[in-house]
Write a protein that binds this ligand. Structure first.
Ligand SMILES: Nc1ncnc2c1ncn2[C@@H]1O[C@H](COP(=O)(O)OP(=O)(O)OP(=O)(O)O)[C@@H](O)[C@H]1O
Length: 350
């Protein structure tokens, strides 16, 4: 459904280089040699910190931007050359923008979408009825789009993106700003169209709840380069994120220090009354640490917190962990051992 091979997108940006009047130009490689493939029916998360190159990738996939180099095929088509043909096979939702007509009732916006995509009236009626039911559009179909709440508008945008029954749906932050109930509606809907209709979905989001709930596979991009391609569980295992032991002692005391030949030195990193938080190195055996703790302190209660996906990603984005990527990714000089420094990202041309 998507084939990206060594895709690069560079922007030329003006910079001041010292004195007031001295200006230069910098080439910014927003996407820097990205390669991946998405099979029909997959639900893939596309993650990365702010400015990593996610939206730029999505704009290239949808034909809005043309890649500076590399090969890109979406539904078998070159997106920038076959933009109109691709539009018939692709649905796109940008959470921060709407494709609906602001002053028209939602129903009329959706009718216009039918005409734009030249959907047959009978097929449109069936699809419209199905999407209205799944997204619960009925109560606000006759409300002008500008009067819709964010959650209602997003449901309208999803319907507009899917009315022509595309094979591939590309979503850029579809749950941004939604409350928990609206998020759940959108997530349930996406899960259903992926499972029941086999629609392939590429989802960009900073909401890790979306990712944990929906995506079996994630791609992580950082500084324009693909840093990880694989499952969420493998990602957790790969980075070996630290676990945290929360110990409740019989009485408040100074920060715990454990020094043991088996696991080395562990110091409490937070103390709150009788509670103390100890970060366990990934190699440490939790049972050994708990036994050492119980020998030296009167312990009332213990909790062990595994690193959540949020901790794992925060560590990756900060550069605490070495990145890994599958060996079959076509890195020219082998995979990067860590995220490149910012200066490598920009190369001065003038
Ligand atoms: N039209 C443009 N001209 C110059 N630089 C651009 C342009 N569009 C994006 N960039 C730069 O490219 C880099 C990647 O931007 P992009 O919008 O793809 O990031 P992102 O991963 O989507 O970030 P966010 O999570 O904040 O939306 C950023 O440094 C951004 O400033």
């Amino acid at each position: 459904m998507i084939e990206a091979e060594d895709v690069v997108k560079s922007f030329t940006v003006r910079t001041r280089t010292g004195g007031l009047r001295r200006r230069g130009r910098t080439t910014l490689r927003a996407v820097d040699g990205v390669s991946f493939a998405v099979e029909p029916g997959e639900f893939v998360g596309y993650l990365g910190p702010n400015g990593a190159g996610k939206s730029t990738t999505i704009k290239m996939l949808t034909g809005i931007l043309t890649a500076s180099s590399g090969t890109l095929r979406v539904c078998g088509l070159d997106p920038s050359r076959r933009r109109t043909s691709l539009a018939r096979r692709l649905g796109v939702v940008f959470g921060q923008r709407t494709t609906l007509w602001w002053d028209l009732p939602l129903r009329d916006s959706l009718t216009l979408v039918r005409r734009l995509y030249r959907v047959e009236p009978a097929a449109h009626r069936a699809r419209f009825a199905e999407l209205s039911e799944l997204l619960e559009l009925d109560p606000f179909l006759d409300t002008p789009v500008r009067q819709l709440s964010l959650g209602q508008r997003m449901r309208g945008d999803l319907a507009a993106a899917l009315l022509h029954d595309p094979e591939l749906l590309v979503l850029d932050e579809p749950t941004i700003g939604l409350d928990v109930v609206s998020k759940a509606t959108v997530r349930d809907f996406l899960e259903r169209i992926n499972a029941e209709r086999g629609t392939t979905i590429l989802l960009t989001t900073h909401d890790l709840g979306d990712i944990e709930r929906l995506c079996r596979r994630v791609l992580i991009i950082d500084h324009g380069r693909l840093a990880y391609d694989g499952g969420l569980d493998e990602l957790r295992r790969t980075v070996d994120a630290d676990r945290v032991l929360v110990a409740e002692l019989a009485r408040p005391g100074p920060p715990i220090v454990l020094d043991d030949p088996e696991f080395g030195r562990i110091e409490a990193e937070r103390v709150q009354g009788p509670r103390q938080w100890l970060r366990l190195p990934s190699a440490a055996n939790a049972a050994t640490v708990v036994a050492a703790l119980a020998r030296r302190h009167e312990v009332r209660d213990i909790a062990l917190r595994e690193a959540g996906i949020e901790d794992v990603l925060a560590g990756l984005y900060r550069g605490d962990h070495a990145y890994t990527c599958p060996a079959d990714l076509p890195w020219e000089d082998g995979p990067p051992s860590g995220p490149p420094e910012r200066p490598d990202h920009r190369s001065m041309v003038e």
